[in-house]
Write a protein that binds this ligand. Structure first.
Ligand code: F6R
Length: 637
């Protein structure tokens, strides 16, 4: 279902349409492109499309392929120009945009090969300028671009027009921004393998398109989307030039839209319908903006920061300040499994039953300790029956060299013990041979994938031992959607949901903890959460399920906004050190893991920084000062 909130506000300088999910937004875009193609077919004209690569357009291409297969959409009148290509880049390399476009679109439609244009990354450097001029010429000769599809990079780039690119720029060789290189690392395994340059259409080339569709999905894009839509036009954010285009639409999912003023601070945009939640958000925002603790906010502060409207609604700041202060106070508990024998009417968790069966779902084998290690330790220390379920094997994040090392170790051990199994020796030789000749990004063989999974299992077991979780309470689910051997995963399937439902039915937890940390670069956390939510929806009528609280945690990739937190578990300096040690058990993820995302800090550093930052904000709001805090939001089903 489409949720359309098309109501450009005074602050928005581009027309924005927000959809619930990227799938819905992608379908809308594909249908609009299909309409252009069909219109042109009627008059016997060519439809000229400007195409993008990257994660954003994949859903659009999937829908276009479906329209071709199921609804006879022909591409024989379509001419395409891709925005860019890495330089240098061989067209047959797995990371090339030529490969990308064929894998996601061209192989499945009836486009004529001669109508496909993608910048050539394999040219010698002295030929590049000439090629770029000819590319511009070809676009002109095709009649110009009818519809240009764009994604936005976190630097604000469109195409590979990084900050500093001007409105007059045309197709050319450019240097990639370090942030773009970090973002591209997911496709190249290691940062040093990412090309430093690219050939890209210019901002000027893009602006000449008759219609532009800009899309962005996910919270990771939210800050730059806000700059593009609400910020000043500037070379620092090349996407902001789109504000000067006459026919541009911005299609977002709710997460990419989450930093827009109309969503983040609607009271700054116009009159709002105040409810409890919005009032709480506004007061917290005010306290942080005005840099005054909640209980010291005055009527004057409300007026000065544009909240007169709220003041009119509540009469005076005094009681609202107390109300919000107390609500936040009540989120703090050192008893994440509930405090036995105490009044729990204002506590986040119920006192009874005690002890509880707590089931922690961890998407990768280390999210549990990274994101809620302090809480996990408390739950175990306080006598709860803690289970941990590792949803995926996490095998793609293990270095080849580690797999090599463990294979050598096993062979060495077998030799030492005099257990000579010929098949095993042959297997070792096969592993060694594969790893020595492996191409960049090539899928691991089954045995190498298994070795990598086992490495992570061993680490997770060590962390659980350290935290006091019983061995029989550790569950390795190896959900099938993840087991592709590649960064790209399968969509969530019935088997995944069933596996989660089976585990829930077996454990019958009174508390579930799940990752609501959806900014991980490859979307694994989102799929893992969807598997849990779908399983819960199926089981919600079971009596034991009705007695179960579901808590969402964050930490590896992002933190909850303060106004969303419903349980905050304080961590003392000593506990923070214990948490760090638990994270250290995941040795394969230490010291520049394979997929660290674009945050240079190691996971334990990110976790500590985020936990300290949460505690600092509670302190700023005028609540008790703690060293660090882990935060949770309750999911109501
Ligand atoms: C791709 C391109 C880039 C991407 C942008 C977003 O051809 O030109 O501008 O659109 O980097 O990338 P994703 O979609 O991977 O987030």
């Amino acid at each position: 279902m489409e949720t359309l909130t098309f109501s450009a506000t005074a602050l928005e300088k581009l027309p924005v349409t927000i959809f619930d999910t990227p799938e819905e937004g992608s379908r809308r875009i594909a249908h609009s492109i299909a309409a252009t193609i069909r219109e042109k077919q009627k008059t016997g004209e060519k439809a000229v499309l400007g195409l993008a690569t990257g994660s954003s357009p994949i859903g659009v291409y999937q829908e276009l392929v479906r329209l071709h297969k199921d609804e006879n959409l022909s591409f024989r009148n379509v001419v395409t120009f891709n925005l860019d290509e890495y330089y240098p880049m061989q067209p047959d390399a797995l990371q090339s945009y030529v490969h990308f476009m064929h894998e996601h679109l061209f192989n499945y439609i009836d486009i004529l090969p001669q109508n496909i244009h993608i910048p050539d990354g394999s040219l010698p450097i002295e030929k590049v300028a000439e090629f770029c001029a000819a590319y511009e010429q070809l676009i002109e000769e095709a009649g110009g671009i009818d519809v240009q599809l764009l994604g936005i990079g976190r630097t604000g780039h469109i195409g590979f027009n990084e900050p500093g690119s001007g409105l007059a720029s045309h197709t050319r060789l450019v240097k990639l921004d370090p942030l773009t290189i970090a973002d591209a690392t997911k496709d190249f395994i290691k940062e040093e393998f990412v090309p430093l340059r690219a050939i890209t259409m210019g901002v000027g080339t893009i602006m000449k398109a008759r219609k532009i569709i800009m899309m962005a999905w996910g919270e990771g894009k939210a800050p730059i989307v806000r700059e593009m839509v609400e910020g000043k036009i500037s070379e620092e954010v090349p996407a902001s030039f789109l504000q000067q285009h006459e026919r541009v639409t911005v299609i977002l999912d709710q997460w990419a839209a989450s930093e827009l003023s109309r969503i983040k601070t609607p009271w700054l945009v116009g009159l709002v319908d105040w409810d409890q939640n919005l009032m709480r958000r506004a007061v917290i925002w005010l306290s942080l903006q005005a840099k005054r603790p909640l209980l010291k906010l005055t009527d004057e502060d409300y007026r000065h920061w544009g909240l007169t409207d709220l003041l009119v609604r509540v009469g005076s700041a005094y009681s609202l300040n107390i109300q919000v202060h107390n609500a936040i106070q009540n989120t703090i508990t050192g008893w994440p499994g509930g405090k036995p024998g105490s009044d729990d009417s204002h506590r986040p968790e119920r006192a009874n039953p005690f002890p509880k069966t707590s089931l922690i779902f961890s998407p990768h084998p280390d999210d549990d300790v990274i994101s809620m290690g302090g809480t996990l330790l408390r739950l175990a220390d306080q006598g709860h029956d803690v289970h941990v379920a590792y949803q995926t094997s996490g095998n793609i994040a293990v270095f080849d060299d580690d797999a090599h090392r463990f294979a050598d170790f096993t062979l060495g051990l077998s030799r030492k013990l005099g257990i000579a199994i010929p098949e095993f020796h042959a297997l070792h030789a096969e592993v060694e041979d594969f790893l020595e000749h492996k191409n960049l990004g090539e899928e691991d063989t089954e045995i190498v994938q298994s070795i990598k999974s086992l490495i992570r299992q061993g680490e997770a077991l060590a962390a659980c031992r350290f935290c006091g979780v019983k061995k029989e309470n550790v569950h390795f689910m190896n959900l099938p959607f993840y087991e592709t051997g590649q960064v790209k995963k399968k969509p969530l399937g019935e088997e995944d949901i069933q596996a989660v439902a089976d585990l829930l039915t077996k454990v019958k937890p009174q508390q579930i903890f799940a990752a609501g940390d959806l900014r991980d670069p490859h979307g694994t956390h989102r799929v893992c959460l969807n598997a849990i939510l779908e399983a819960i929806a199926r089981l919600k009528h079971e009596p034991w399920m009705q007695d179960c609280y579901v808590w969402l945690y964050r930490g590896a990739w992002q933190e909850w906004d303060i106004e969303d937190i419903e349980m905050a578990v304080p961590i003392s300096p000593e506990e923070l050190l214990r948490k760090r040690k638990a994270i250290f058990k995941h040795q394969s993820q230490k010291d520049s893991p394979v997929f660290p995302g674009n945050d240079k800090r190691e996971f334990w550093q990110r976790a500590e920084d985020r936990n300290r930052a949460t505690a600092r904000i509670y302190d700023q709001l005028g609540l008790t000062e703690y060293e660090a805090m882990e935060a949770f939001k309750r999911y109501h089903f």
